[in-house]
Design a protein around this ligand. Sequence first.
Ligand SMILES: [Zn+2]
Length: 274
Amino acid sequence: MEYVPREPDHSVNVSKEHPLVEAGTLVIGLGIIFAVIAAALIFLIEIALFFVPAEKEAQMFSYWLPEDITTVAYDDPRLLKTDEILQRLARHYPESPYEFRVEIDNSPQLNAMAFPGGLIVVTSGLIDKVDTENELAFVLGHEIGHYRNRDHLRAMGRGLVFSLMLLVISGDDSANYGATIADLTLKGASRRQESDADLFGLELVQSEYGHVAGSWRFFERIAETEDDEFLDLLDYTATHPSPDDRIETIIEIANRNNWPVEGAVTPIDWGPAE
Ligand SMILES: [Zn+2]
């Protein structure tokens, strides 16, 4: 019998699944793979934190400065005063493995960040909006609080992981790659870490001033402002809880600990005018 080749029908290369279902499966599959990799990397950060004790970290980063900040002059009165307040607060945390230092980043944005090794960076935008020592002391105290649980490294690691993921997904190594260290550090502090840092920061303020009056005034001004230009500069609220929540937290912590919410606030004196 003569062999008659059969024409293939046109369905051989067509999957039995609906194309949308296939696409969906692919996206979910990739999503799971990414989630697993992200979780593994975050777990590695925890391991690294375990093997690099805070003392070692403080040593490794003792002179380190993030590349993307523009510091003010070393004798800028704002820097000297901020450092003085920071050192006074740090005295109430004598067991700290860090030697805290501060730099002021010349930027109109309002922000404060904790970097590896005990370096706290505050923007000049924030410094210029601060009215009293007590306000600034709380902002600084909060950042010191992050070092106690080493949140700053966790947040930074997590930020790094997510930026890498984004890079892989978008395949774009130019546009979104400007994920600077500063950006990385900001992401990822959880609500719990934030409220722990608030508690410790407020405790430092209480120890230094004998009351916590005025420490929330900065947040009140942020909450009250309707100045859009000012609101655009508020990086601080993108990386910290909302001002209203902060005020509530502070009052609540103070009441719980019987820390006076009234007392004489210390006007800020930026030192001799140039
Ligand atoms: Zn924080």
